[in-house]
Design a protein around this ligand. Structure first.
Ligand code: NAI
Ligand code: MG
Length: 329
């Protein structure tokens, strides 16, 4: 099988090679094809995600992606390549598992999966200046996108701990989140074995801190899922350990939840665990579940030996952390 490797910007250049080393060590006969994308590539060539990269992704079985830097203001011609990828390959589901890790930096007994709608909502890209003093973003929610994300979430819930929470703000966003909520509840009727509840997003933000162990699968719209998953990552040690997968019907792109981390890039101290656990998700996607389990156990073993990067309170470098995981494998 062929894996496309796109390190991208900043610490992506440090953590994706670490994940590749882990995948290579498994000896699964995977073939790796390197491709370019990101803000740095845009500044050099005027193209954030070249056509050749899109073709490479298409020709591969799955992709590992690092991160991209996105400037705060508008830069002519630039659009975040990860958003472009999600659109180009219709990667409609963003899976963000939050599972306890061994160590004092992580809460225990957590087995959460945030299933975030990945193609519309506030990130649909419909922004405009109404006049000099008024900016407008349109929040798009469709029945089709809500239905397919709900179906994926319920399928996971029925295979996992049978608990699913629909998170929305339908009390205020009556039309958009009203449609999302209603569609999710309707899909839920096909899954009578799943214990379904709903929660307003602001209350959910609190409950994630208060009693996260009482939740299983959380299905929500794009922006809410983005925010809640960063919040949830803090329960297990922060952004450095959080993995994710962007899943479509014919393709999938796996990436750590974190961004390019310009504050620590180039220092060799970025935590590779988020990228390595994303590689484990890639293996699950390719139905190499046994190998995925080996990677997760190796990460647990290394962390339990107290080999920790700085974000987790230790002193290990990216390379030392990676070597501990390779040794555990
Ligand atoms: P960030 O995720 O890059 O960093 C937030 C904080 O977490 C920083 O203090 C950073 O040092 C720390 N951190 C992140 N990854 C880490 C790792 N592997 N090990 C240890 N510590 C880590 O988010 P920030 O600073 O808000 O954004 C920086 C850039 O990344 C921006 O240009 C933003 O647009 C982009 N970004 C890209 C994403 C993507 O490619 N999917 C996601 C989020 C942000
Ligand atoms: Mg985010």
């Amino acid at each position: 099988m062929r894996i496309c490797i796109i390190p991208g910007d900043g610490v992506g250049q440090e953590v994706i090679p670490a994940a590749q080393r882990v995948l290579e060590k498994l000896d699964l006969g995977l073939e790796f094809v390197r491709a370019e994308a990101g803000f740095e590539h845009f500044e050099r060539t005027g193209d954030a995600i070249p056509q050749k990269t899109l073709e490479t992704i298409k020709a591969c079985d799955a992709t590992m992606f690092g991160a991209t830097s996105s400037p705060m203001g508008r830069v002519a011609g630039y659009r975040s390549p990860i958003l472009a990828l999600r659109k180009a390959f219709d990667l409609y589901a963003n899976l963000r598992p939050v599972q306890s890790l061994p160590g004092p930096f992580s809460r225990q007994a957590l087995d959460l999966l945030i299933v975030r709608e990945n193609t519309e909502g506030l990130y649909a890209g419909r922004e405009r200046m109404e006049d000099d003093d008024t900016a407008i973003t349109e929040r798009v929610i469709t029945r089709r996108a809500s239905e397919r994300i709900a179906r994926m979430a319920f399928e996971y819930a029925s295979k996992r701990n049978k608990r699913l929470t629909i998170v929305h703000k339908a009390n205020v966003l009556k039309l958009t989140d009203g449609l999302f909520r209603e569609t999710c509840l309707k899909v839920g009727r096909e899954f009578p074995g799943v214990n379904t509840q709903e929660m307003l997003v602001d209350a959910m933000a609190m409950r994630l801190i208060q009693d996260p162990q009482n939740f299983g699968v959380i299905v929500t719209t794009n922006l809410f899922g983005d925010i809640l998953s960063d919040e949830a990552s803090a329960l297990i040690g922060g952004l450095g350990v959080a993995p994710s997968g962007n899943i479509g019907t014919t393709n999938a792109v796996f990436e750590p939840v974190h961004g390019s981390a310009p504050d620590i890039m180039g220092k060799g101290i970025a935590n590779p665990v988020g990228a390595i656990l994303s590689a484990a998700m890639l293996l699950d996607y390719l139905k190499l579940n046994e190998a995925a389990g080996r990677v997760r156990r190796a990460v647990d073993t290394a962390l339990a030996q107290n080999i920790l990067t700085r974000d987790l309170g230790g002193t290990a470098t990216t390379d030392e952390m990676t070597r501990a995981i390779l040794a555990a494998l």
